[in-house]
Design a protein around this ligand. Structure first.
Ligand SMILES: CSCCC(=O)C(=O)COP(=O)(O)O
Ligand SMILES: [Mg+2]
Length: 239
């Protein structure tokens, strides 16, 4: 089924929406898991690492947790696929270097990049809102196989600068930062809980349901649905 929606900006979820969850879980997660010990010991003095470690200790209520204990916590969160901000910050630091070295190449579903180029060419602004950190998002989109996609993007949001993805307040914060009216923002995500929160903030929503994705069977609740990005036509104000 194809959808035609009025919006001035599209906000993209990554995992399960632009890209395969399997790639994130089978490639990115092991890559970070194998490098946490070195990050926590050799780079503990870097402000970003120190801040994230302090947050891990705060969340777990273990103020004296040493590097080994923090690593155990991070790995347990990875096993649960818990979208904890401190975990995402530390993963982002590791992945950024993996992408820069060419160890990692991001995955995008085939329909995604052509649609992003079309929407951008039509004057639709594009943003990202993902649990993956802004550092990870920047590395992800700039290392896209067909060339750097960052010039297409007007802004990047994560759980650090916008807040949790299932809370309407996060979507209000993003709307206000972009200056786009909530009713003109279209959020694409694989998770009904995120779509519900966006709609509660007055946004338009489309559930992206791709066969094989973990949330495919659960459906998108009562949100409009699309199986691929090329099934979505975005029409700007006055268009
Ligand atoms: C390049 S972001 C890596 C993906 C990730 O770690 C993640 O948690 C994505 O979650 P999303 O909110 O995009 O479903
Ligand atoms: Mg997702």
């Amino acid at each position: 089924m194809s959808l035609r929606l009025r919006a001035d900006a599209v906000v993209l979820d990554i995992e399960g929406t632009t890209s395969a969850t399997r790639f994130v879980v089978d490639v990115l997660y092991p890559y970070s898991r194998a490098r946490f010990a070195a990050l926590l010991t050799e780079r503990a003095g870097e402000p970003e690492v120190a801040r994230a470690v302090a947050r891990v200790r705060e969340v777990t209520g273990e103020p004296d947790a040493d590097a080994v204990r923090v690593e155990k916590t991070l790995n347990a969160w990875l096993d649960e696929d818990r979208k904890e901000t401190a975990l995402k910050t530390l993963q982002g630091l590791v992945w950024r270097e993996g992408f820069a070295r060419g160890d990692l190449v991001p995955h995008f579903y085939d329909d995604v990049v052509p649609a992003l180029r079309d929407w951008h060419a039509a004057g639709v602004r594009l943003y990202v809102y993902s649990s993956g950190s802004v550092a990870a998002q920047r590395a992800w989109f700039s290392s896209a196989p067909g060339g750097d996609l960052l010039p297409l993007l007007s802004g990047l949001y994560d759980t650090e600068n916008a807040g949790p993805k299932q809370q309407p307040e996060s979507y209000r914060r993003i709307a206000s930062a972009t200056g786009v009216a909530p009713g003109r923002l279209l959020f694409l995500s694989d998770r009904a809980g995120e779509l519900d929160a966006a709609r509660a903030a007055g946004w338009r929503t489309v559930g992206v349901r791709r066969p094989g994705e973990p949330y495919f069977a659960r459906g998108a609740g009562d949100h409009a649905e699309a199986g691929t990005f090329d099934a979505i036509t975005v029409v700007r104000s006055g268009g």
